[in-house]
Each structure stands twice: as structure tokens, then as C-alpha cells.
Design a protein around this ligand. Structure first.
Ligand code: SAH
Length: 218
């Protein structure tokens, strides 16, 4: 349990050390996580748990991802400062913020208007201006902005995300949880430049499902 006296900085430093010991070793990724105040993305009710390495509930029955998984997925994307990244499932905007510190541009799609609006205002507060947001069904990707260097899906795709893979550049990388049940496989698809992909399973994960269409409620 965290000590009551611990400051946010101490808790964040401990979280980052924990991520490193679990295999998130890329210093750029760790530094992007270190610079991103997760408490800004966590609802009032769960503020105390902002620095725990766990997923937490957000509005609309969704979740903010576990920091370790954010680190692992970001590391697996192998971003550089020129990358144009598509993210499906903005949610709280936490993963978006981490990506935006490492990439040239981030394009992110969310099917709940409320979540999108809240994420937009958080990113603005952090002065992260290289993010473009769209309300819509991310299963279709963002054809007008394709192709992308990298694609990250932060909701579980029932099977191989074909429409999204078709929006990758010839040497692109897509990372997505894939599976129909409560536990999915985190898959990394690396395009081979000849229309095929090298597929690698990184670990088991638990994501909310990628749903069809936009949400009718807020
Ligand atoms: N990366 C987010 C995690 C969000 S949870 C964070 O760190 O906060 C997954 C998100 O995917 C939810 O907000 C959910 O509404 C969204 N989502 C699910 N299906 C979608 C779809 N088809 N298109 C766009 N967003 C979708």
C-alpha cells in the first residue's frame, strides 16, 4: 500500500521503476510516461489509485489502461519522431498523451462523444498539440489520413483487424489485443513490405471490446 505521506512524484517514480523491472526498458517510453500526469486522466473517485499499476474505470463503462500495458504497447510500436500514428479507442486520452510525446502526429478515434471531449480538454491542458481526434467507428480506421506508420488499437478486436492492417504503410507496425473472450492476446503485426505481416504474440491482456458503430448515448 502507498504511504499516505508519499507525494505524486514518489508514486510516479515507483510506478516507472516497476514498469522497467517488468520489461518496459525503452528510456524514451519511460520518460514519456514519467512526463504524463495520469491523475489528470483518472476520475475523481479513483484519484488515490492514479499511480497504481492497474486499469481503472472511466466514464461510459470504459477503462483507462494499466500503465504497464501502455508502456508495453508503446514500446512494441517502436516509434520515432517522424511517425504518424493512428490510435483506435481514445478513452481517457492517457495512451494518446504518451504517444503524442514520441510521435510526429497522433490520429485518434473514439465512439463516445463524452470521452472524446474530455480527452480533448486534457490534452489541451498538457499543451499536446500534435493530436487529431475524430468521433466515429474506429473499426474503419481513418481512411482520409491513411496510410499510417503505426497503428495502436486499445480495445479488443474479435479477429485479425484487416481494415486497419490495410491502412498501414509497407513497413508499418500495428499492435492490438485480439480475441473474443475476456482475455485476449496482444498481437504485434509488422508489415514485411510485400503485402504480408510477421505476427508476434506479446502477452495476454484484458481489454474492453472494440464495438461496431458509434455509441448512441453520450
Ligand atoms: N487507451 C485508453 C483505453 C480506452 S478503453 C486509455 O488509456 O484511456 C477502449 C476505448 O475504445 C473506449 O473508450 C471505447 O469507447 C473505445 N472503442 C471501442 N470500440 C470502438 C470503436 N469501434 N471505435 C472507436 N473507439 C472504440
Amino acid at each position: 500500500m502507498p504511504d499516505e505521506q508519499d507525494t505524486a512524484e514518489t508514486r510516479l517514480a515507483r510506478l516507472v521503476l516497476g514498469l522497467r523491472s517488468q520489461g518496459v526498458t525503452d528510456p524514451k517510453v519511460l520518460s514519456a510516461i514519467e512526463k504524463t500526469p495520469r491523475d489528470l486522466f483518472v476520475p475523481e473517485l479513483f484519484q488515490e489509485r492514479s499511480w497504481e499499476d492497474s486499469a481503472l474505470p472511466i466514464a461510459c463503462g470504459q477503462t483507462i489502461s494499466q500503465p504497464f500495458i501502455v508502456g508495453l504497447m508503446t514500446q512494441a510500436l517502436n516509434l520515432d519522431a517522424r511517425s504518424r500514428v493512428l490510435e483506435i479507442g481514445t478513452g481517457s486520452g492517457y495512451q494518446t498523451a504518451v504517444l503524442s510525446r514520441l510521435a510526429r502526429f497522433v490520429y485518434t478515434v473514439e465512439r463516445y462523444r463524452t470521452l472524446m471531449a474530455e480527452a480533448e480538454s486534457r490534452l489541451k491542458q498538457l499543451d499536446l498539440t500534435n493530436v487529431f481526434m475524430r468521433f466515429g467507428d474506429g473499426g474503419d480506421g481513418w481512411p482520409e489520413q491513411a496510410p499510417f506508420d503505426r497503428i495502436l488499437v486499445t480495445a479488443a478486436a474479435p479477429g485479425e483487424p484487416k481494415a486497419l492492417l490495410s491502412q498501414l504503410k509497407p513497413n508499418g507496425v500495428l499492435v492490438a489485443p485480439v480475441g473474443k473472450g475476456p482475455v485476449q492476446q496482444l498481437q504485434r503485426y509488422a508489415a514485411d513490405g510485400k503485402g504480408g505481416f510477421k505476427v508476434e504474440t506479446l502477452c495476454e491482456v484484458r481489454f474492453v471490446p472494440l464495438l461496431d458503430g458509434v455509441a448512441r448515448e453520450l
